[in-house]
Design a protein around this ligand. Sequence first.
Ligand SMILES: Cc1cc2nc3c(=O)[nH]c(=O)nc-3n(C[C@H](O)[C@H](O)[C@H](O)COP(=O)(O)O)c2cc1C
Length: 343
Amino acid sequence: MWRIGDLEIDGGVVLGPMSGFTFASYRDFMKPFGVAVSVSEMVSGMGLVYGQDRTARYLEFGQERPMGIQLFGSKPDAMAEAAVKALEARPTIDFFDFNMGCPVPKVIRNGAGSALMKDPAACGRIIRSMKSAVDVPITVKMRLGWDSESINFREVIDEVVSAGADAITIHARTKEERYTGTPHYDLIEGLQSELSVPLIVSGNIYSLDDAINAMDITGATAVMVARGGIGNPFLVTQIDRYLRTGEVLPNPTVSQQVEWCLELMDMVLEEKGEVMGMSKLRSIVPKFVAGCWNCREYRRDIARHASDRESMVRILMQAEAEMGDKRIYSYGKPAPDCDFGCE
Ligand SMILES: Cc1cc2nc3c(=O)[nH]c(=O)nc-3n(C[C@H](O)[C@H](O)[C@H](O)COP(=O)(O)O)c2cc1C
C-alpha cells in the first residue's frame, strides 16, 4: 500500500495517460488486469474554463477507481478554475494529474505541456494555485528536461513538491526525444530516495523485465504502463503479480489475446459507437496479434479488410483457429528463430 495524498493505492502499476487511447472504456477494460491507478487522456484546462462540451466529454469515466483526470494548460488561475469546474461536473474525481510532459507543438506553443519544463517557478505556481482551489490530491507528470542540454527535473521537482504536489511521474526522456530511443533511467538512479512523495516511472515499459529494471534503478514506488499495454493487457497482470508475490507468469496464448480483444472491442463500440469505435479499434486491435508466428498477415488483414466489427471478428477467429494454443513469445520484438511471416 502507498498513498497519493490521502488516497490509498493498492498495487504498483499505473495506467499511463495516452491521448486517443486511454478513454473510459479502455481504462475500464484494463483495470481488472491489475491497474492500481488510472489516469485520463489529457484534458484542456482552458476548454473546461470556457465550458466547451467537447472538453467536458473527456471527463467521462467508468468503474475504475482511483482515477485521476489529467489537465494541461499554463495559467495558474485558469488551471485552478478548471479543477474546480471538473469537480463540479464529476465530484468523484479522485485526483488531478498535471501535464508537464506533452511535446505536441500545438500544446507547447501555448506554454503548456513540456514547455513548462523551461520554467520551474511557473510549474510551482500552477501546482500551488490548484492545491489551494481543490481538496483532492494533485500529481505531476514531467520529463527529464527540454533537451539533453537542459536536464532540470530536480529543479522542477523541488518547485512542485514545495508547492504541494502529492506524487511525481517522470517519463525518463527529454521533450526533444519525444517517444523515441532508450529512456535514461540512469539519470534518475535512486531518485525515489531523494523524494518525500511517491515516484512513478515511465518510458518503454514493454515487458516485466523492463518494469523490474526501471524500478530497481530508480527505487520508484510504481511503474507506468503506456504503449506496452496496448494489445498486451496481461503485461499489467505480469507486473502486478511479480510485485506482490515474486511470481513470473508466462505470456498469454493467442486464444486469450483474442478473447480479451473481443471483450475490449465490445466495450469500445458501446462507448464510442460504430464509426468512432471502429476508428479507435483499427489502431488497437492489430496489436493483440503481435509477437506470434504468422501474425503479421493477420495484422495486415485487419488494417486492410476490417471495416466493421464482423470482419474484424472473422480475422481474429482465423488467427485463433490457426494458432490459438501458441503463446505470445514477445511483444514488439522478433522471435529469435523467426525467418519469415512473423515479426
Ligand atoms: C499516443 C500517445 C499519447 C500520449 N498521451 C499522453 C497524455 O495525454 N498525457 C501524458 O502525460 N502523457 C501522454 N503520453 C505519454 C505516456 O503516458 C508515456 O509517458 C510515454 O508513452 C512513455 O511510456 P512508454 O514508452 O512505456 O509508452 C502519450 C504517449 C503516446 C504514445
